[in-house]
Ligand binder design. Structure first.
Ligand SMILES: [Zn+2]
Length: 584
């Protein structure tokens, strides 16, 4: 490719909308352009990289026994109604009607559709296991699309679905996928961590996320550097204080006392007003769990983990109650709820709550709180459970060492679904004894466009992108210092042709620009190798090879430059060579 012809409109400055490096660099280097909020066009450089990531994904899925298919993005509503998710998906789902008024959606995921595909075709245990996947465009009408390709409304995803005859089969499929995911991200040059995750609206029994640690990530994970435990913050277990069941009834101190707290609603305001710390307070929040009000209690300086609470209650939906409900349930306005005298609704207290001595709580009356409140003596809860968010420094639930909380981007997610969809949609098979049973299902996603963004997020400097060789849009850019110099031009084009003849993906910068401009663009676009054809080295029959990642420069004879580059590429993507013999 000639640089003069390459459709990569670069920008000197990143547009203001770009909040993170990958977004800014993809716009600046001419990889993507926005169509509308959260919807992008992938220009040649981006699309070349996306295809390389897809190829790695494809190879690893095939190696693990997957078979590639392609399904429509348009899905009929009936199947979602059958699975019970038509309403669950809420406004995140793009919905549309055809000319006859039949309802459809643009697929945010494909569990229903894959299950539908096989339910009438697969009848016998002999046809299982079956692992089908596609690499396809997905749609989610995000409330707040942001960070470029990280949170987009249209994105490319690989989704694989496994169908097995029993739990042991699912376990094998899951392990194969786990391994395939590790290989995929390693080969893509992406550092990642695998964390335990909540199964959320997907349902199912177990789930892992593949996360890329970066300050600009939207997901928080807890990780322990001592034992390696890592979990999504939604899932990360908190360790209960010791002696949880100790008898807390024998409290000698003063009885609860009312204090006037005019217009004080937040824990911070209350802290400074009473001169007490959040640790001495109990926060009482009223939720609607499947429409029923419940009270959740947590230490004042803690946050409720709504996922844990929802799971604990086995609730389908959980949302904070509106002011009218709070008034009705507690008798007081928002901001003054407390556990004393709260009858008729379920109280769920976090495990720390019984240990707070002489606590401050809301009095369920406007502008009033109670002090000297103790669990056991003054109130009790229906349930005590781990319902708080883990925080930095909490004891690791596995080894007790302090955990670290870091920001991450999710690039892959695998789930053991069990029979949630196969039962709902009637995907059954006959086992060896002729009995009809639902298939056991797993699902496994990789965000392809998001992976590209995450690779840039992890591999860049102030000058631009630093592509890993395996996913770089091109391996090499050849830059003649002065294209008008016939000797330089001839040498550069000779090298360029030789690259193409040897399968080296090369761009020649044939533009009549200053060398500084060409070097800056080469750094911005992030070619792993730059070959400079300049007057001084050329006099000695040499060219300069510069590596984008290390900045290392070497002079090599013109005649052996391409051999040298082939070696460099081979060394950089050696992982592929090493694992290509395991039987695709
Ligand atoms: Zn640990």
């Amino acid at each position: 490719m000639r640089m003069s012809q390459l459709y990569a409109p670069t920008l000197r400055e990143a547009p203001a909308e770009a909040e993170i490096s990958s977004h800014a660099l993809m716009l600046r280097a001419g990889l993507i352009r926005k169509l509308v909020s959260g919807v992008y066009s992938y220009l040649p450089l981006a699309y070349r990289t996306l295809r390389k990531i897809e190829d790695i994904v494809r190879e690893e899925m095939n190696r693990a026994g997957g078979q590639e298919i392609l399904m429509s993005a348009i899905q009929p509503a009936e199947l979602w109604i059958e699975s019970g998710r038509w309403n669950d998906m809420g406004s995140e789902m793009f919905r549309l009607k055809d000319r006859n008024g039949r309802q459809f959606c643009l697929g945010p995921t494909h569990e229903e559709i894959f299950t539908f595909l096989i339910r009438d075709e697969v009848r016998s245990y002999k046809q299982l296991p079956l692992l089908l996947y596609q690499i396809q465009t997905k749609y989610r009408d995000e409330m707040r699309p942001r960070f470029g390709l990280i949170r987009a409304r249209e994105f490319i995803m690989k989704d694989l679905y496994s169908f097995d005859i029993d739990e042991a089969g699912l376990e094998r499929s899951y392990e194969k996928m786990y391994e395939a995911y590790c290989r995929t991200f390693e080969r893509s040059g992406l550092e990642y961590v695998v964390v335990e995750a909540d199964t959320g609206t997907m349902g199912g029994s177990a789930s892992h996320e593949f996360m890329v640690v970066t300050d600009t990530g939207e997901d928080l994970i807890a990780k322990c550097s001592k034992c390696g435990y890592a979990a999504n913050i939604e899932k990360a277990e908190c360790v209960a204080p010791k002696g949880l069941n100790a008898d807390r009834v024998e409290i000698d101190g003063e009885n609860p006392k009312e204090v006037i707290t005019p217009n004080i609603k937040s824990i911070d305001e209350l802290s400074s007003f009473l001169g007490k710390s959040g640790k001495d307070m109990i926060k009482t929040l009223i939720y609607l769990a499947d429409g029923q009000p419940i009270a959740a209690l947590v230490r004042g300086d803690r946050e409720i983990n709504e996922i844990k609470l929802k799971n604990f209650l086995s609730a389908f939906t959980l949302e904070l109650a509106d002011e009218a409900t709070i008034m009705e349930v507690t008798g007081g306005p928002l901001g003054f709820s407390g556990p004393i005298g709260l009858t008729g609704i379920k109280l769920v207290a976090d495990e720390e709550v019984p240990f707070i001595q002489d606590a401050v709580v809301g009095a369920n009356q406007r502008d009033k709180h109670l002090i000297n409140v103790n669990y056991g003596r003054d109130f009790s809860a229906d349930n005590i459970a781990d319902i708080r968010k883990a925080v930095e420094g909490d004891a690791c639930s596995k080894c007790g060492e302090p955990i670290e909380v870091v920001r991450t981007i999710e690039v892959g997610h695998i789930f053991k679904l069990g029979t949630k969809y196969t039962s709902a949609l009637g995907a059954t098979f006959l086992d060896e004894n002729g009995r009809e049973r639902p298939m056991i299902m797993g699902c496994y996603g990789i965000g392809v466009t998001r992976t590209m963004a995450a690779i840039i997020e992890k591999n860049h400097d102030e000058k631009g992108i630093i592509w890993p060789f395996s996913v770089a849009p091109f391996h090499v850019t050849i830059v003649p210092i002065n294209i008008k110099n016939s000797e330089q031009k001839a040498a550069a084009f000779k090298l360029y042709k030789e690259c193409l003849n040897n399968g080296v993906e090369a761009v020649i910068d044939d533009r009549d620009e200053r060398s500084g401009v060409k070097f800056n663009d080469a750094d911005l676009i992030g070619f792993p190798i730059r070959i400079t054809v300049g007057p001084r080295s050329l006099k000695e029959g040499k060219v300069e090879i510069r590596l984008r990642q290390s900045g290392k420069e070497i002079q090599v004879p013109l005649g052996s430059a391409v051999e040298k580059i082939k070696t460099l590429i081979k060394e950089a993507v050696i992982y592929e060579d090493r694992c290509s013999d395991s039987g695709i």
